[in-house]
Design a protein around this ligand. Structure first.
Ligand code: 13P
Length: 287
């Protein structure tokens, strides 16, 4: 059964580790992440962007697929199904479809509007026993065609949103989605520290987990990050493994064109990436 991400992240914050949010794109992705979580006895959050939701045939399709896999694969570790960077309307759709967690990304609105909309969603989500992530300060990079510059959130604004009764907060600290450019300045630990001083026990979320060096990840966890989002890294691993298979001509040998064979190396590559992240984040054996 899907669970809210509230308890798993409060436990992570108290235990000084982080739970990974891995974004899903299809059946192979979802199965690979769930099996890896179970094998490593780790809690896990499946992230779905609005674009990926559309791609997979809608939120209800995803809920059906994930619930089916949990039951048929005997997944017993805590799993949350979470909308990533949701619009207000997208959040309502996911609440209705049976997600267990949502992110409302109001970071592009003026702070007053972000606060007002987040507050409305807090009330709805509480009633349903779901968890809510809010965002302050836009996360740079490209996601679903939207490109933003990496910002550092205003700690006072973070405190305003944290006090609305949300369950965890994503705050820009110079992180961006996708690969980091050569001249990236690194995470702003000063900003993160200032935010955590004001928001206390509230679990903080680090987006753009792809390509952040291990030492920065560890320091971010020390400073209160309890959820780390990874998307691009699984895509790169899947693409590289699939490319190697095709370039070796394996799709032309025997029944190598069978999707169950063609997609197998990519599936294994996602599993390896997720395992590596769970080890780095410290969530192994924390289910
Ligand atoms: P990456 O694609 O950079 O790993 O970012 C993922 C993310 O933050 C999803 O919200």
């Amino acid at each position: 059964m899907l669970v809210s991400a509230k308890d798993m992240l409060q436990k992570a914050k108290a235990g000084h580790y982080a739970v990974g949010q891995f974004n899903i794109n299809n059946l192979e992705w979802t199965k690979a992440i769930l099996l890896t979580a179970q094998e490593n006895n780790s809690p896990v959050i499946l992230g779905v962007s609005e674009g990926a939701g559309k791609y997979m045939g809608g939120y209800k399709t995803i809920v059906g697929m994930v619930n089916g896999l949990l039951e048929e694969l005997n997944i017993t570790v805590p799993v949350a199904l979470h909308l990533d960077h949701g619009s207000y309307e997208g959040c309502l759709k996911c609440i209705d479809a049976g997600f267990s967690s949502i992110m409302f990304d109001g970071s592009h609105y003026p702070i007053e509007e972000n606060v007002a909309k987040t507050k409305e969603l807090v009330a709805i989500v509480k009633e349903k026993g779901m968890s809510l992530e809010a965002e302050v300060g836009s996360i740079g990079g490209e996601e679903d065609g939207v490109v933003g510059a990496g910002e550092c959130a205003d700690p006072a604004e973070c405190k305003m949103v944290a006090d609305l009764g949300i369950d965890f907060l994503a705050a820009g600290i110079g992180n961006i989605h996708g690969k980091y450019p050569e001249n990236w300045q690194g995470l702003s630990f000063e900003t993160l520290d200032a935010i955590q001083q004001l928001t206390g026990e509230l679990p903080l979320v680090l987006h753009g987990g792809t390509g952040i060096p291990a030492d920065m990840i560890k320091k971010a966890i020390d400073l209160g990050v309890s959820k780390i989002n990874v998307n691009t890294e699984c895509q790169l691993a899947f693409a590289a493994a699939t490319r190697a298979y095709v370039e070796a001509g394996k799709d032309l040998q025997g029944k190598g064109f069978d999707p169950r064979k063609l997609l197998a190396p990519g599936f294994e590559a996602i599993k390896a990436t997720v395992k590596e992240k769970m080890e780095l984040f410290g969530s192994v054996n924390r289910a």
